[in-house]
Design a binder for this molecule. Structure first.
Ligand code: ZN
Length: 456
C-alpha cells in the first residue's frame, strides 16, 4: 500500500469535494477493495475470517467484527508482524511516552471507555496524515472562524483527560513533541484537575480556540459568569461526547463565540465534520458508516439505528472492516443547503448509557436522552447523575439549586421520574437519594448523566 503524506492527504480531501456522486462512489469502492485485499493477505486474523468469501466480496458479504473479537486476536489482527500487544502495553506503562511513536512509526491510542477492556490502536503516518488532512480541510464549519483564529494568534487549548494514551490528549502531545517551540500556541489542561486549577491554567493561556468534552466545558460556564474565569475565545470546538443544543447555546452566550462540534472516535478518527447548518457530514471518502439494528440488519435513513458498523479506509496497520460501534445515530441523505452532498448524521450521544429496567419478567430499555430531558426540566436540581442498578434500584446523585434543600430536590425529581417511568410501563423500581455527588469517571474524565451499572 502507498503511503500518503500530509500534503497529499489535503489534496485528496480537496479533490473529493469536487467529484460528482458517481465518481465518489467509485473512489470509495476502489479504496474498500484495496483495503479488503490488503487485510486478507497481511492480517492473519482477516485471512482466516475471509477465507470462505468470494474473490471480490461486497460490503454485506463481510462478517461484522467487535472490540472483544479484535482485542482477543490483537497480534494476528495487526498487519505489522514486528509489533505485539505486550510491546504496546510496555510502551504505554511509561507515561513519558505520551506523544512519542512506538518503534518510531506508530502513535498509540486506547479507547477510554469505562466498560470492559479498552481497544488499543496504532496510528501509522498515513492514518495520522489523513486525519490531519480532514482537519485542515473540513474542521471549521464557517470559514470566517478559521480566518479569525489565525489572525488572532492561533492559540488553542484542549480540556481533556490527560491520564492515559487517548486520542484527544495524545494528538496534542504528539504535536508538542513535533513542534516544541509551539508551547505557547498549543496547550492541554487535564480534565481531571480540580476546576480552580483548570480555570487558572486557562486564564494564563488565554486561548483563541477552546476545545474539550462538552461535560467539562459545561462546568466552566459558571466560572466565566462569576468572573473567576476570564477568557474570550474566538471559537469553541467540542468533541468526544454529544453536544446538546442547549449547552451549545449556553456556551456560545457565556463565552460570546461560535460553538461547534464533530463526531470522532479512536477507531475511526474524525468520522464527521459539522457544516454551517450544524449537520455532521460523514467523511465518506475515508470511512464507510452503516447504520444497523441490534442484529446488524440495515436501518433505513431517517430512522434511529442501534449502532453503526464502521469501515476505516485509511488504516492499513489495523484494518477495521465492519467494526461495531455502539453509538445510536440517524443517517440523513436529504440534501443540505451548505452544498456538501455527503450524507450527514444526527447522534443520540454516547455520553449516557441506555438504561435497562425489569418489569413483569421483561427488560424495558429506555433512551438516556429522554431521562436526561425529564430531569433537566426539574429546576430544583443544579446538577444530577442517575445510576441505574441491575436490581431496579435507581440512585440519584444531586446538587440542589441554591436555596433548595436536598430532600426537597429529591422529592421533586422522584415525582418527575415516576411520571416518566409510569408512561414507559415501569412501576417496580425504587428510587434512592445517594450520599454521593455527581462525579466524572475517574479513568476517562468524562461525565455521564445517566449510568447503567453492569448487569449481573
Ligand atoms: Zn451541510
Amino acid at each position: 500500500m502507498n503511503k500518503i503524506g500530509l500534503l497529499k492527504a489535503m489534496q485528496l480531501c480537496k479533490e473529493y469535494s469536487k467529484l460528482d456522486t458517481a465518481a465518489r462512489d467509485t473512489l470509495r469502492q476502489q479504496r474498500f477493495d484495496a483495503l479488503v485485499a490488503y487485510a486478507k493477505v497481511n492480517s492473519p486474523y482477516y485471512q482466516k475470517l475471509f477465507a470462505a468469501l468470494p474473490d471480490s466480496p461486497t460490503l454485506c458479504d463481510l462478517p461484522v467484527v467487535t472490540k472483544p473479537d479484535l482485542m482477543s486476536h490483537w497480534n494476528e489482527w495487526v498487519t505489522d508482524p514486528k509489533v505485539t500487544l505486550s510491546d504496546v502495553n510496555a510502551f504505554m506503562s511509561d507515561r513519558e511516552n505520551l506523544g512519542r511513536k512506538l518503534n518510531g512509526k506508530y502513535q498509540v491510542n486506547t479507547t477510554s471507555g469505562s466498560t470492559g477492556n479498552p481497544l488499543v490502536m496504532l496510528c501509522d503516518s498515513t492514518t495520522a496524515n489523513v486525519t490531519n488532512g480532514i482537519s485542515f480541510c473540513r474542521a471549521y464549519a464557517r470559514e470566517e472562524d478559521m480566518k479569525a483564529f489565525i489572525s488572532k494568534g492561533g492559540r488553542s487549548i484542549g480540556v481533556y483527560a490527560d491520564s492515559g494514551f487517548y486520542l484527544g490528549n495524545g494528538s496534542i502531545h504528539s504535536k508538542l513533541r513535533a513542534f516544541p517551540w509551539k508551547k505557547k500556541q498549543i496547550g492541554i489542561v487535564d480534565a481531571l484537575l480540580p476546576t480552580e486549577k483548570i480555570v487558572m491554567r486557562l486564564n494564563e493561556f488565554q486561548p483563541v480556540m477552546l476545545g474539550g468534552y462538552p461535560s467539562n466545558l459545561e462546568l466552566l460556564i459558571e466560572e466565566q459568569q462569576s468572573g473567576r474565569l476570564h477568557i474570550s475565545p474566538t471559537i469553541i470546538m467540542t468533541g468526544g461526547e454529544y453536544l446538546s443544543p442547549q449547552l451549545r447555546e449556553q456556551l456560545s452566550e457565556t463565552f460570546g463565540c461560535y460553538v461547534q462540534t464533530s463526531y470522532s472516535c479512536t477507531e475511526g478518527g474524525t468520522i464527521a465534520c459539522e457544516c454551517r447548518e450544524k449537520h455532521l457530514h460523514i467523511n465518506d471518502d475515508w470511512l464507510i458508516i452503516e447504520p444497523v439494528d441490534q442484529n446488524n440488519n440495515p436501518v433505513p435513513n431517517g430512522v434511529l439505528a442501534d449502532k453503526i458498523l464502521l469501515t476505516n479506509l485509511s488504516n492499513y496497520t489495523q484494518p477495521l472492516i465492519r467494526y461495531e460501534v455502539t453509538d445510536r445515530i440517524i443517517l440523513h441523505s436529504e440534501p443540505c443547503t451548505c452544498g456538501n452532498p455527503s450524507p450527514w448524521l444526527e447522534i443520540e450521544g454516547r455520553t449516557d448509557d441506555v438504561v435497562s429496567l425489569k418489569q413483569d419478567g421483561r427488560i424495558i430499555r429506555l433512551a438516556p436522552l429522554a431521562i436526561y430531558a425529564t430531569l433537566k426540566e426539574e429546576h430544583t436540581l443544579r446538577r444530577f447523575q442517575l445510576v441505574v442498578h441491575s436490581d431496579n434500584r435507581i440512585e440519584l446523585r444531586l446538587i440542589p439549586t441554591e436555596g433548595i434543600n436536598r430532600a426537597e430536590a429529591f422529592a421533586q425529581a422522584s415525582l418527575r421520574l415516576k411520571e416518566f417511568f409510569t408512561a414507559q410501563g415501569v412501576f417496580d423500581y425504587t428510587c434512592i437519594l445517594s450520599d454521593e455527588e455527581p462525579k466524572t469517571n475517574p479513568k476517562s474524565g468524562k461525565f455521564k448523566h445517566i449510568i447503567q451499572s453492569a448487569i449481573s
